[in-house]
Design a protein around this ligand. Structure first.
Ligand code: 13P
Length: 341
């Protein structure tokens, strides 16, 4: 049985009406996000943007936990309070991204393996001291000509298993994230097949490594056609395919599935999560751990201006509220109009 603390943390992260804010963009990724709003990425601009998100009043009503990047876990609000303490004081659980990125996989053209296992035990100890109670590791699986290969799926699943075991040893809940990308023009059936192959191997490796599923969360993609596919899918079709895939692969002992948004539009990410929850109770909580789908409108509204912090916070709170509703199957497109009015 998972130690009580891990299980409690995992359950708190998927508490009713709440989901996770992924604000763990690496230094490279945040440069791209800031370029889209013509803001220079500096230690201070990154800090003040994250402060906008974390201090949005009432975000704790919808957000159970925040995934931080290493740098952010070491930063503080303008008043000097470390972000991890600020979040914990609001009842929001701080977490941290611990992988060091996807690197080309040997002898596997076009595919990557996520690195970061060397020295991970020591880093996890430090992160726990800094206040992190959960962690995230993202594996990336690409669909294309002849890929994903078994080599790529196996290498990534193995790393996820090793990472998850180290997290539990350190008392942190591992979020296990095998992302099958929506890049490309593949069909929903190919996404289903690649996601099923991936999840089968991931859970096999978690078992080999002795990971206790009650103290683990899964962060997968939804089963979707590629974003350039000529045939797109309705939220109902996405929900049906996604659940069919998970019923075959995800053990019921996993307390929650927290989806990534992966490049879906904000509203599509809410509509698809809603359709998933509208299908009734499942063995696992179905929640969100969105990055772009929670932050894109907030970034745009803020655009680097101190005068627009309030507008950025309102935009973030709106998306958090929409996804909280979707978590209960109570989201509808009308709710977007009401907010705009
Ligand atoms: P997106 O929701 O933008 O895909 O980000 C989630 C995440 O944490 C990816 O690792």
């Amino acid at each position: 049985m998972a130690t009580q603390g891990l299980k409690e943390t995992a359950l708190a992260l998927v508490a009713e009406g709440k989901g996770i804010l992924a604000a763990d963009e690496s230094s490279g990724t945040i440069v791209q996000r800031f370029e889209s709003i013509a803001v220079e990425s500096t230690e201070e601009s990154r800090r003040s943007y994250r402060e906008l998100l974390f201090t949005a009043e009432g975000m704790e009503e919808f957000i159970s936990g925040v995934i931080l990047f290493d740098e952010t876990l070491r930063q503080s609000a303008a008043d000097g309070k470390p972000f991890a303490q600020l979040l914990a004081a609001k009842g929001v659980i701080p977490g941290v991204k611990v992988d060091t990125g996807a690197k080309p996989l040997a002898l596997a053209p076009g595919e990557t393996v996520t690195e970061g296992l060397d020295g991970l035990r020591e880093r996890l100890g430090e992160y726990a001291d800094l206040g992190a109670r959960f962690a995230k590791w993202r594996a990336v699986i690409r669909i294309g000509d002849g890929i994903p290969t078994e080599r790529c799926i196996h290498a990534n699943a193995h790393a996820l298993g090793r990472y998850a075991a180290l997290c539990q040893e350190a008392g942190l809940v591992p979020i296990v994230e095998p992302e099958v990308l929506m890049d490309g023009d593949h069909s929903l059936e190919r996404a289903f097949d690649a996601t099923r192959r991936t999840l089968r191997q991931v859970f096999a490796e978690l078992a080999v490594q002795g990971v206790e599923l009650e103290g683990t969360l899964l962060k997968p993609n939804m089963v979707l056609p590629g974003k350039d596919a000529s045939t797109q899918a309705s939220p109902e079709e996405v929900a049906e395919a996604t659940l069919r895939c998970f019923h075959e692969t995800v053990p019921a002992a996993v307390p929650g599935i927290v989806f990534l948004s992966g490049g879906q539009s904000d509203e599509a990410a809410s509509a698809n999560l809603n359709a998933l929850n509208a299908l009734g109770p499942q063995p696992w909580q179905l929640s969100f751990s969105y990055g772009r789908a929670l932050q894109a409108p907030a970034l745009k509204a803020w655009a680097g201006s101190g005068a627009s912090v309030g507008a950025g916070q309102q935009a973030f709170l709106h998306r958090a509220r929409m996804n909280s509703a979707a978590r209960a199957g109570r989201y509808s497109a009308d709710m977007e109009q009401l907010a705009a009015a």
